[in-house]
Design a protein around this ligand. Structure first.
Ligand SMILES: Nc1ncnc2c1ncn2[C@@H]1O[C@H](COP(=O)(O)OP(=O)(O)OP(=O)(O)O)[C@@H](O)[C@H]1O
Length: 306
C-alpha cells in the first residue's frame, strides 16, 4: 500500500511549549487512523503540520510525496480537512458555501449537489447556514472536506456535536472513503467511540506518541486481565469454598456471584475449571478490558516512562 503521510521524527515548539516531540508515523492508502489524546496532547498541532499550515521545528513531514509547507504544494487539492470548529459565513446558503470552497480548490461546481445529498443536506441546500443546527454545520464541513475526492482526509474531532444517528451516518461515509482507498485520520478524545471504525490507533500524550497499532495489537501489548464472572449454583454449599480454594483467587461480588481478573496466561485454565461438570457454577460471563481501560493503561505507562 502506498505511503500517503510520512511524519519523521517531528517536533514542534511554540516558544517554551513543546506541542509535539519526536513523533514518527506513516499512514498508508486505504487506512483509517484514529489519533487519540487528551486536550492539549498535540493532535491539532500534528494535523496542522500535515496540512502545512505550520512548519516543524525539527524533522520532516511528507504528504502525498510532497512537503505540505512548501509554497507550491500541488497535492493540496487531494487533501481534505475538517477543522475542530467549523465556521462559515452565516449569510451564505449551504450550496453557495460549497461553491465558494469548490472554486478555491478548483473543483467542478457540478459535484456540489451530489455532495450535499451525500451528507444529508440536500433538502437544506438553499437555506442560509445561519439557520443550520450545529450537526448540519458539521456535515457541511464534512462536505467541504470531501470536495475533489481527496486521497488524504484530516478530520479534527469530527463527531463533536453529532447525535448518535448522525454519528452513524458519518462513520458510514468514512467506511465508503476507506473502501475507495482514501487515507482518513480522525482525531478524538475518546478511544471507545472508535472501536470498529479505525484500522489503527495512534495515542498521543503530552506531544509524544505512546502507542501505535490495531486495537488487537494494543490489547496484546497491554496484556490487561480479562474479568471472568460466575454465578454460583448454591452459594451456601460447602463445596463452593472447596472449589474456590482449588481454582484461584475469586472475589465475592455478592452472595451468589464471584469474579476474578484473569491474566492472559491463566484465562483458559480458569475458564475450563469454571465450565467443568464439578464446578458449582450455573452461568458465566467473560468481560474483556474496555477501551477506556486500554487507553488509561497506555497513558499511565507513558507517564511512568517520563
Ligand atoms: N499557536 C500556539 N501557541 C502556543 N501554544 C500552542 C499553540 N497551539 C497549540 N499550543 C499548545 O500546544 C499544545 C498542544 O495543543 P494542540 O491544540 O495540538 O492539542 P490537541 O491535542 O489538539 O488538544 P484539544 O483536544 O484540546 O484540541 C497545548 O499545550 C497548546 O496549548
Amino acid at each position: 500500500m502506498a505511503e500517503r503521510v510520512e511524519v519523521s521524527d517531528v517536533s514542534k515548539s511554540y516558544g517554551k511549549v513543546h506541542a509535539v516531540t519526536n513523533v514518527s508515523c506513516v499512514f498508508r492508502e486505504g487506512e483509517t487512523i484514529a489519533l487519540v489524546g487528551h486536550n492539549g496532547a498535540g493532535k491539532t498541532t500534528l494535523i496542522k503540520l500535515m496540512l502545512g499550515l505550520i512548519r516543524p521545528t525539527s524533522g520532516t513531514v511528507r504528504v502525498l510525496g510532497e512537503d505540505p509547507s512548501a509554497g507550491q504544494f500541488e497535492a493540496r487539492q487531494r487533501l481534505g480537512y475538517l477543522p475542530e470548529n467549523v465556521s462559515f459565513n452565516m449569510a451564505l446558503t449551504g450550496r453557495e458555501t460549497l461553491a465558494f470552497y469548490a472554486r478555491l480548490k478548483r473543483v467542478p461546481l457540478d459535484s456540489i449537489d451530489a455532495l450535499l445529498e451525500r451528507v444529508g443536506l440536500g433538502h437544506a441546500a438553499d437555506r442560509r447556514v445561519g439557520t443550520y443546527s450545529k450537526g448540519m454545520r458539521q456535515r457541511l464541513g464534512l462536505a467541504q472536506a470531501l470536495l475533489g475526492r481527496p486521497r488524504v482526509l484530516l478530520l479534527d474531532e469530527p463527531t463533536t456535536g453529532l447525535d448518535p444517528a448522525l454519528r452513524r451516518s458519518f462513520y458510514e461515509i468514512v467506511a465508503e472513503l476507506r473502501a475507495d482507498g482514501a487515507t482518513v485520520v480522525l482525531s478524538s478524545h475518546a478511544l471507545t467511540e472508535l472501536e470498529g471504525k479505525a484500522d489503527r490507533v495512534v495515542i498521543i500524550n503530552r506531544g509524544a506518541k505512546i502507542a501505535d497499532g490495531t486495537i488487537e495489537e494494543l490489547r496484546s501489548i497491554a496484556n490487561l486481565p480479562t474479568r471472568i464472572r460466575v454465578r454460583l449454583s448454591d452459594a451456601a454449599d460447602s463445596s463452593v469454598n472447596d472449589w474456590i480454594g482449588r481454582t484461584g483467587a475469586w472475589k465475592r461480588v455478592n452472595g451468589h456471584m464471584l469474579e476474578i481478573d484473569a491474566g492472559p496466561g491463566e484465562k483458559i485454565s480458569l475458564l475450563r475449571s469454571a465450565a467443568s461438570p464439578d464446578a458449582p457454577v450455573t452461568d458465566l460471563d467473560v468481560v474483556p478490558p474496555t477501551l477506556d481501560e486500554l487507553y488509561a493503561h497506555f497513558l499511565g505507562a507513558g507517564e511512568a516512562g517520563r
